[in-house]
Design a binder for this molecule. Sequence first.
Ligand SMILES: Cc1cc2nc3c(=O)[nH]c(=O)nc-3n(C[C@H](O)[C@H](O)[C@H](O)COP(=O)(O)OP(=O)(O)OC[C@H]3O[C@@H](n4cnc5c(N)ncnc54)[C@H](O)[C@@H]3O)c2cc1C
Length: 288
Amino acid sequence: MKPAPFRFTAPGARAELLQTLAEHGDAARVLAGGQSLVPLMNMRMVQPALLVSINLCRELDYIRVEDGALVIGALTRQSTAEQSPLVHRHCPLLAAALPWVGGMANRNRGTVCGSLAHADPLAELPAVALALEAQMVVSRAGATRHVSARDFFVDALTSCLQPGEMLEAVRFPAARPGDRVAFLEIANRSHAFAVAGAALRVTLDADGRCSALGIAVIGGGSTARRLAGAERALQGRALDRAAIDDAVATVGAEVDPIADIHADAGYRRHALGVLVGRALRNAAGASA
Ligand SMILES: Cc1cc2nc3c(=O)[nH]c(=O)nc-3n(C[C@H](O)[C@H](O)[C@H](O)COP(=O)(O)OP(=O)(O)OC[C@H]3O[C@@H](n4cnc5c(N)ncnc54)[C@H](O)[C@@H]3O)c2cc1C
């Protein structure tokens, strides 16, 4: 099935891109890697009048460290981030999650920001952004605002982006001393979307106690979801077996798993408890 008719434009610069989005508002859709948008258009689930490609805006293709954050521009491919030494050093949780995003062919075209803007409830990167409390850099012609990951993901395939706006970049707080991270997921086959997953960062203080936590899950609701109860159960404690068991015990009540052809809600709820426990033990290393 072919897409409904559409017009296409590919601005060569950021200012022209934002101006085009401002002029066309709701009728325009940003085209980044096309790995999600094009299949949706082919199934006519999305029918934009105008596709605005960002693929000629080279100034949006960057990874840099700025003011204590790792900043990734809108045109940066998932595979570029996956192979970036800056990502491995400053954002190990993102480096751990990227290999799970589809197959290499998808990651060679798909963008980091595209995955965030698409906001698929079973995508890996929204959970990473939530666990790390990333900031989304949202721009329109003449204005830029910063939105927390918590406020960015609104519902399945729905972000807080308004007509005329684009996700220009994402800022991940850089790794801190004492950080332990883990990413785990269950999928029905390799390169497929997750059935359930867990992304976490735990910062241990000098006494080995949890001083800061970010635990987010995939498949636990219509968006990636933070587990405040599990974080509270661990706050200020050593990351040992008893503390991890207490955290895992909170997961079932804190998620509202989706049911689909891949898994029912009961299976996902159980799997999320198992994955959070395993991820915390991985983060704790031999000590748990
Ligand atoms: C076979 C296959 C397997 C896949 N497996 C996985 C998987 O396991 N996990 C996973 O997370 N994803 C998976 N994907 C999806 C893939 O990661 C996509 O790359 C990603 O979802 C969207 O990124 P994109 O750059 O391709 O965006 P596009 O497909 O171009 O756009 C997706 C949506 O986001 C919007 N958008 C894109 N960029 C921006 C921006 N900068 N500002 C505002 N709006 C924007 C578009 O308008 C569109 O609505 C898979 C895709 C395929 C084809």
